[in-house]
Write a protein that binds this ligand. Structure first.
Ligand code: ASP
Length: 320
């Protein structure tokens, strides 16, 4: 008899734990990986980054807390970072070798497996919103170049002249890159889990400093820079896009979870190890349906953070 009571209590505790896990919601973000060190940072700049990451997290969290969808949270969070000149996405995007700005973004809904993306856009103020419009208003996944800009305008999104994206700091980076000292960080990404247990992920970038005009990176490629499936996890990557495309990095994390039953942390760590072996640099953020988070990177730093309904709000920059 005593044995049965103990078994019943254990089963009850397991059930409670499972239910508690299903109530987990929150989000994880990155603002790019690269040679980001304390020595290269000044206190004002560090505070500005930490504050903007916090603002972005709070924006997305508020949506989730009110019962909003993970897709809404991802879009709103990324828009905050796109509008900030601190990051290489939207305003403050890096320059191409031709001195222009060409932006890439994508978004994916882990519940429906729908996805949308834009590549090489030059006039959409918030490329992440254009990516969402592609997902919701067309039967395509990826629109590129002038067609994508025209579509965004038709959809009523804010259109700006290409100079809107340009900042003096990024122009200086282009000049340095032309002299072979490229700075290549600041892409932004977000993975969110809502109260219904639905995952979504998105990524937005200006690409790599001094990239050839017309070059498209991993950020708008589903499975490379962005991926989300309720079956496994949501992922957003940042780093040298060519390696992410060749390695199908975002999907590799989900695949390892699905086929090898790895945890999100094990799978994310494994793709970063593969990336390192292949000579690539960067990082990823990933989150599973229980709110487990991974944020591995092989660079000196990665702007990153998460906010969970346990009340845990964390923002970090350097390797710790
Ligand atoms: N992955 C981006 C690209 O290659 C750049 C970055 O994340 O820094 O376009």
């Amino acid at each position: 008899m005593k044995k049965y009571i103990i078994i019943t209590i254990v089963l009850f505790l397991f059930a409670c734990n499972d239910r508690a896990n299903q109530n987990v919601f929150g989000l994880v973000i990155h603002g790019g990986a690269g040679t980001i060190t304390k020595e290269n940072m000044n206190p004002e700049k560090e505070t500005a980054y930490l504050n903007k990451l916090t603002e972005a997290l709070k924006t997305g969290y508020k949506i989730l807390d009110k019962g909003g969808s993970s897709i809404d949270a991802v879009e709103a969070t990324i828009r905050i970072m796109e509008d900030s000149p601190l990051f290489n996405a939207g305003k403050g995007a890096v320059f191409t070798s031709a001195g222009t700005n060409e932006l890439d973004a994508s978004i994916m809904d882990g519940n429906t497996m729908q996805a949308g993306a834009v590549a090489g856009v030059k006039t959409v103020k918030n490329p992440i919103s254009a990516a969402r419009k592609v997902m919701e208003e067309t039967w395509h996944v990826l629109l590129a170049g002038d067609g994508a800009d025209a579509f965004a305008g038709e959809q009523g999104l804010d259109i700006v002249p290409n100079v809107y994206f340009q900042t003096e700091e990024r122009f200086k980076s282009l000049m340095r890159a032309k002299e072979k000292e490229a700075e290549k960080h600041g892409t932004v990404g977000c993975v969110a889990l809502d109260k219904k247990g639905n995952l979504a992920a998105g990524t937005s970038t200006g690409g790599l400093t001094n990239k050839m005009w017309g070059r498209v990176g991993d950020s708008p490629i589903i499975g490379a820079g962005t991926y989300a499936s309720n079956e496994t996890c949501g992922v957003s990557g940042t780093g040298q896009g060519e390696y992410y495309i060749r390695g199908s990095v975002a999907y590799d994390i989900a695949a390892q979870m699905e086929y090898e039953q790895k945890t999100v942390q094990e799978a994310a760590q494994s793709v970063i190890e593969k990336l390192t072996k292949r000579g690539g640099a960067g990082g990823v953020i990933a989150m599973d349906r229980k709110g487990n988070i991974a944020m591995p990177f092989n660079t000196k730093g990665m702007y990153r953070g998460y906010y969970l309904n346990s009340g845990d709000l964390t923002v970090r920059i350097y390797k710790e």
